[in-house]
Design a protein around this ligand. Structure first.
Ligand code: ACO
Length: 308
């Protein structure tokens, strides 16, 4: 049996930190509103989607002990590509010297899990090593005079290296879903700014995360109480808390990084996953649940057994 295991991981964040106080100085908002309604205290702003992806990808390759020329598949999740054409993955492929296919995935905040599941399938179908990246510069499509969006977003990237293995691999089960009839809730036209109906998305988000997580867990033959680490998309601590409670996952098993990074869309799950790895919260054999939702609407969950 052929499987895939994560052998390396890395992140990249812009140096510039923008605090709630910084935003309150120029917008009709406050640290207390942002903290209470979202859980965000600060976010990183700056850079380009390709450069953040290159830096995160390079770190993941170093950790895996691989060169870019040993990677035969690059999947880059982003909603904020450097350009419409070519895909941002082309720039990343060139910089890292990836020898093989490279393509972008846009499934908004679910993008990283979509990319991971796609890459996993391609490894099962014959690719040897894949680099999977979530990278975003939401700051570039944000109207910084619109307090309803400006306080939420951040920039950053996270990446993992997936390698083929003899054996079942780490991905035990997954669930991908979409409901395009809700695409008007979160959108950005060519050259425009991000529009979001926060209240409506909030209403759908908790249900999407819970039902998608339960489907993936069921396919893995597990229940939420088996999960050692829950890595949800970081859009709002109230969404994370509500989803964790409904799943019955206690706070100490849930990763929260939104206070430091805000909502980084498809970078948020790999940023949170790497944060947990770097702080020793995930050990070999541990069961991990990744679950995201976002524009589309889309949602995506994956259950992994770490190590191997
Ligand atoms: N500062 C101060 N007041 C504000 C701000 C702000 N930044 N933004 C809105 N308000 C006001 C509103 O005008 C409103 O005032 P009113 O009652 O006088 O009309 C009040 O605060 C409450 O606004 P709501 O929109 O009802 O606030 P809510 O509690 O719903 O929180 C939020 C808003 C944080 C956006 C929440 O709805 C949310 O997190 N939604 C989900 C967002 C999400 O998950 N997005 C998904 C992906 S994002 C992506 O893909 C990039």
């Amino acid at each position: 049996m052929r499987g895939a295991v994560v052998t390396g991981w890395g992140t990249a964040l812009p140096d510039k930190i923008v605090t709630n106080e910084d935003l309150s100085a120029r917008l009709n908002t406050s640290d207390s509103w942002i903290t209470e309604r979202t859980g965000i205290k600060e976010r990183r702003i700056g850079g380009t989607t390709s450069q953040l992806a290159i830096d995160a990808g390079q770190r993941a390759l170093e950790r895996a002990g691989r060169g870019g020329d040993e990677i035969d598949l690059l999947v880059l999740a982003t909603t904020t590509p450097d350009a419409l054409v070519p895909g941002t993955s082309a720039t990343v492929q060139d910089a890292l010297g990836v020898q093989g296919g490279a393509f972008d995935v846009n499934a908004a905040c679910s993008g990283f899990v979509y990319a991971l599941v796609a890459a996993h399938g391609l490894v099962l179908a014959g690719a040897e090593r894949a680099l999977v990246v979530g990278s975003e510069t939401l700051s570039r499509i944000t109207d910084w005079d619109d307090r309803s969006v400006a306080v939420l977003v951040g920039d950053g990237a996270g990446a993992v290296v997936l390698e083929a293995t003899d054996g079942p691999g780490q991905l035990l089960a997954w669930d991908l879903g979409a409901n395009g009839s809700l695409r008007h809730l979160l959108c950005c036209d060519h050259g425009g700014y991000l529009y979001m109906n926060g209240k409506e998305i909030f209403r759908h988000a908790v249900h999407a995360v819970v039902s998608s997580s339960l489907k993936a867990l069921d396919r893995a033959g597990l229940s939420a109480t088996d999960i050692d680490l829950f890595v949800p998309h970081q859009a709002n601590t109230r969404i994370i808390t509500a989803a964790s409670q409904r799943l019955g996952i206690p706070p100490e098993r849930c990763v929260v990084t939104i206070d430091r990074y805000g909502n980084t869309s498809s970078a948020s799950i790999p940023l949170a996953l790497v944060d947990a790895l770097d702080t020793g919260r995930l050990r070999p054999g541990g069961l991990v649940l990744l679950s995201g939702f976002g524009g589309g609407m889309t949602w995506a969950s994956a259950v992994l057994r770490w190590g191997g």
